[in-house]
Every structure is written in structure tokens, then in C-alpha cells.
Write a protein that binds this ligand. Structure first.
Ligand code: MTE
Length: 322
């Protein structure tokens, strides 16, 4: 198992650490391998076209801008952000937008469970209608040292927590992505620890910046962005911002995230952006701003220290920045 999982180690990091042509060669090799595994695991199975119920929230977009979070840089063009995505369920490269269309996002339910007054399952349209939507302009910094700036639409995670009514024994939030290997070919790659999972402390989850995202660029999310519900945590590396969420659990033990399971020496629980703490295999001092050709200095907490630095007082002994 360890050997199999190790095979995936190159996947996220090397795109940043290795010159592009070497990375692509390696990728071709692994793409061929995973194709073979898919063919043996699911002989002749191609996802048939599946009926999709319609999105009942279209009238809520575009939502009003909350201007409490001003930017220091231009918004990334929609077609650039929408063609450069990490969503390993659909492949370990950035051009997954086409493949992600096979994900059926309606009907879609979100399960709320664990340490709550009462567990429940709620339809996505009902959930979105119960929260009021707003737009926020956020910077997004990937651990691979690229960044973008995105107008997300959604609602504060704190509002969802209030709705869920957790018990006081809840210490962490554990979020989980869908599991559907028929629609998501990446999930047929059995050496990954599917489904994708991420976690936060309750204090982080209640921070004003923690944002549940349902739309982008003034419209409901396209699938490659993590429709119909994803997280945006702008002070943390992008891998914490889990996509296409189906389950939110309130727990008393620290959840182990997808990347932490794959490579614990490289990816940790906290994953706060810090230019002074390099990834074991590359520097985090600078970031490549998508579309601009520019490289700019990375900021502590991705520039959101005013809102979040207080969350980490007294935790200096922890690996807060990996
Ligand atoms: N969520 C799931 N379920 N699967 C993923 O592969 N990738 C993460 C994060 N959330 C990922 C995920 C990473 S590494 C990043 S940088 C962001 O999604 C990318 O979000 P974007 O495609 O909207 O830029």
C-alpha cells in the first residue's frame, strides 16, 4: 500500500518543482499506467449520459459584492481560472474542465453529522436558499506557488455551523468530497486515498474569512471549480479549499487530509501560507500570478493576517505553515 501511495507523491509537487517538459513526460507515463488500471478495474465501462435535474438557484446570481475584502491586484480572467484547475478526481493535470462535466451536481445532498444536536441531510438548493449569498474577491495561493484572484459567491461557513447546531464537544470540522468513480476517472486510481477530505478547527471554521462557495464570476460554479459547493480559505494553501462537498462532520479528533495522508512530510493539517517556510522541495517566497506572467512576493497568511493571525496565538510549537 505504501509503495502504491508513494507513486502519487510526484503528482501535486512536481508540477512546481520540475521543469515543465520533464514533468509532462512523467505525467504521460503515469497517465498511461492509470489508463491501464482503469481498463482492468472497470472493463468496458464508460459513463453513460446521466440525467441532471436543473439548478433551482439561478435567480440568486449575481449576488451583491461584500466590499470588506479589497484586493491589491486584478481579478484573474474567468476563462484563465476556469481552464487551470486542480481537481484530482478528474485527473492530475490542470485541464480537467471537460472531464469534470461528467459530474452530476443535481440532485445533490449534503450530510451534516457527528457531534451535532441532530444529524441531517439537506438538498443543495434548499441549503443555498437558507443562507443568503454574497460575492467576495479573494486571493488564492496554491502550494505549487501559483496564485489567482477570484470573485467567489457564497456564504460564511459560520452561518452553516450555526444552522448545523454542533455540540460543545465538537473541536474540528471534517469535510468530504463525493465518491463516484464512474463519473470521476481519477477515483479509479486506487492508490489515492479517496474520497478527498479536509479539516479545520472550529475556531478556523468560524473565522469571518472561511467561505462556502456556490458560484464564481457571478454565476453558479462550473464543475471544474468544485460545484455545487466548495470551500475558500484564502489564508491557507489551496489544497485546504475542498471541492464538491457531500458531507460535513463535527468531530473531536483532528481529521487527516487527503494530501497529508499521501505525503505527511510535505503537507500538514494547518497549511497556512508563509513565504519563509519552504516546501521541502521548493521555495514558497514568490508566486506566479496566473495570466500576468509576473512573479510577486508571497505574503504571510496570503495577506490576511489581520483577520487570522490571532487564531494561532499559543500554537507556535505546531507545524503551522506546511
Ligand atoms: N478538492 C478536491 N475534491 N480535489 C482536489 O484535487 N485540489 C485542491 C483544492 N480542492 C482539490 C480540491 C487544490 S491543490 C487547489 S490549488 C484548489 O482546489 C484549486 O482550486 P481551483 O481549481 O478552483 O483553482
Amino acid at each position: 500500500m505504501v509503495g502504491i501511495v508513494r507513486r502519487a507523491d510526484w503528482a501535486l509537487p512536481e508540477s512546481a518543482a520540475t521543469p515543465e517538459h520533464l514533468f509532462l513526460n512523467r505525467r504521460t507515463l503515469v497517465a498511461g499506467l492509470s489508463g491501464m488500471i482503469a481498463a482492468t478495474a472497470l472493463p468496458g465501462s464508460m459513463p453513460a449520459a446521466r440525467a441532471q435535474a436543473s439548478d433551482q438557484t439561478l435567480d440568486l446570481y449575481p449576488a451583491k459584492l461584500n466590499d470588506a475584502y479589497p484586493l491589491d491586484r486584478a481579478v484573474t480572467p474567468a476563462d484563465v481560472a476556469g481552464q487551470y484547475n486542480n481537481f484530482y478526481e478528474f485527473g492530475s493535470h490542470k485541464q480537467i474542465a471537460g472531464a469534470a462535466r461528467s459530474l452530476k451536481t443535481r440532485p445533490w445532498t449534503v450530510r451534516i453529522d457527528g457531534l451535532v444536536e441532530s444529524e441531517r441531510e439537506i438538498g443543495i438548493d434548499e441549503l443555498i436558499r437558507a443562507m443568503s449569498l454574497e460575492e467576495r474577491l479573494y486571493r488564492h495561493r496554491c502550494v505549487e506557488a501559483w496564485s489567482m484572484t477570484v470573485p467567489w459567491t457564497g456564504f460564511p461557513l459560520a452561518r452553516l455551523i450555526d444552522y448545523a447546531a454542533p455540540l460543545s464537544s465538537a473541536k474540528y470540522l471534517r469535510l468530504e468530497t463525493f465518491m463516484d468513480p464512474e463519473a470521476a476517472s481519477g477515483q479509479r486510481q486506487v492508490w489515492y486515498p479517496w474520497p478527498y477530505v479536509e479539516g479545520l478547527t472550529m475556531a478556523e471554521a468560524r473565522n469571518e474569512l472561511a467561505f462556502m462557495v456556490t458560484g464564481v464570476y457571478g454565476k453558479p460554479l462550473e464543475n471544474q471549480f468544485g460545484a455545487p459547493l466548495r470551500l475558500a480559505l484564502p489564508w491557507k494553501y489551496g489544497f485546504k479549499s475542498i471541492k464538491s462537498i457531500v458531507r460535513i462532520s463535527f468531530v473531536d479528533e483532528r481529521p487527516m487530509g487527503f494530501w497529508e495522508q499521501i505525503a505527511p512530510s510535505e503537507y500538514g493539517f494547518w497549511a497556512n501560507v508563509n513565504p519563509q517556510v519552504p516546501h521541502p522541495r521548493w521555495s514558497q517566497a514568490q508566486e506566479r500570478v496566473l495570466h500576468t506572467g509576473e512573479s510577486v512576493p508571497t505574503l504571510l497568511f496570503n495577506g490576511y493576517g489581520e483577520q487570522v493571525a490571532g487564531l494561532y496565538a499559543g500554537l507556535e510549537g505546531e507545524k503551522l505553515y506546511s
